[in-house]
Write a protein that binds this ligand. Structure first.
Ligand code: GDP
Length: 325
């Protein structure tokens, strides 16, 4: 191990914020030599990880995620917890700047010495962004943060990625006009361990009540994700800082319900799935990086598109060529 990585990991484990920032830069770097160093660093850090409460948070843009995280994070640091906020935002590449990276968001929390806010890496596809976020999660845990909030926008596939790296998935919903479930996809509702109906204040209060009832009814029709846990629906006002303490109570109740072994099993399954996702990604990258294969792939694609070859036969041919050159 190079001396600088050993030194960095020691400072990281000691909770040095500058070391954490450096570690994250290393983790997010795309340079091959940095990758190797990042892996060494994470291996060093690993025994110091896993002690945090890992919470995923999702909701459509405008539902009040940042307002909620600001209120909730501040509540938690007030209780003596150390809170890291990470983001998975695969749309950041398209928009050229991360939606979740806006510096003006969560101003109060950003100044809180017990909090650490890291926007989503500014480039990459979902798989890559999510993989880096997992690694960043390990780094913040090693640095002593005991609560990790992983935020994502309520669009696309990022919810599944976030649910797969956290202990508990929280959905934030804001009441809309008319159909109170509008904007929540069934697949996302199925991931939820807790639903917060935000903006339960002022003129929106009656709509929030209806939304909460509708969400509860919809949840009752779904298969439970964890034995013994039916996802509660809470009405909160992030803006007025109401109902926020109750959210933590539910999170603790969830953890008690799962128990240490339930949580351990969940994390083990997540780690195994992560390994295989990396194996798949690695194979695909190796495939894409092989010029001969790329040429053959193009030819086979043409054959498949023209209807001269079945897709499975083409796939088999390509794999054979790759595995037995
Ligand atoms: P995000 O896109 O999900 O991060 O949503 P924001 O936190 O940026 O909030 C979107 C808008 O909803 C902002 O104008 C907020 O002030 C407003 N908002 C957030 N939480 C509440 C709330 O609890 N009540 C009300 N009335 N407005 C809220």
């Amino acid at each position: 191990m190079t001396r600088s990585v050993a030194d960095l990991s020691q400072r990281l484990i000691a909770g040095d914020r500058r070391a954490l920032a450096k570690a994250i830069t290393l983790i997010e770097s795309t340079r091959p030599e940095d990758r190797a160093r990042a892996e060494t660093l994470l291996t060093e850090a690993l025994p110091h990880t896993g002690k945090a409460v890992r919470i995923g948070l999702s909701g459509t843009p405008g539902a009040g995620k940042s307002t909620f995280i600001e209120a909730f994070g501040t509540h938690l640091t007030g209780q003596g917890r150390r809170v890291a906020v990470l983001a998975v935002d695969p749309s950041s590449r398209r928009s050229g700047g991360s939606i979740l990276g806006d510096k003006t968001r969560m101003e109060r929390l950003a100044r809180d010495p017990a909090a650490f806010i890291r926007p989503s890496p500014s480039s990459g596809e979902l798989g890559g962004v999510a993989r880096r976020t997992r690694e960043v999660m390990l780094a913040v845990e090693a640095a002593g943060f005991d609560t990790v909030l992983v935020e994502t926008v309520g669009v696309g596939q990022s919810e599944t990625a976030v649910a797969d790296m956290t202990d508990m998935f929280v959905l934030i919903h804001a009441p809309g006009g008319g159909d109170e479930l509008q904007g929540i996809k069934r697949g996302i509702m199925e991931l939820a361990d807790l639903v917060l109906v935000n903006k339960a204040d002022g003129d929106l209060l009656p709509a929030a009540r209806r939304a909460a009832a509708d969400v509860s009814a919809a949840l009752h029709l779904m298969r439970p994700k964890h034995k013994g846990w039916s996802p509660p629906v809470l009405q909160v006002s992030a803006l007025e800082d109401r109902g926020v303490a109750a959210v933590w109570v539910e999170i603790e109740r969830f953890r008690t319900t799962l128990g240490e072994s339930g949580l351990g099993d969940l994390r083990q399954a997540q780690a195994r799935a992560w390994m295989w996702a990396d194996v798949r990604d690695g194979l695909l990258h190796a495939l894409a990086a092989d010029a001969g294969i790329a040429e053959e792939a193009q030819r086979l694609e043409g054959e498949v598109a023209a209807g001269r070859l079945t897709a499975p036969k083409a796939a088999q041919t390509l794999l054979k060529r790759f595995l037995e050159p």
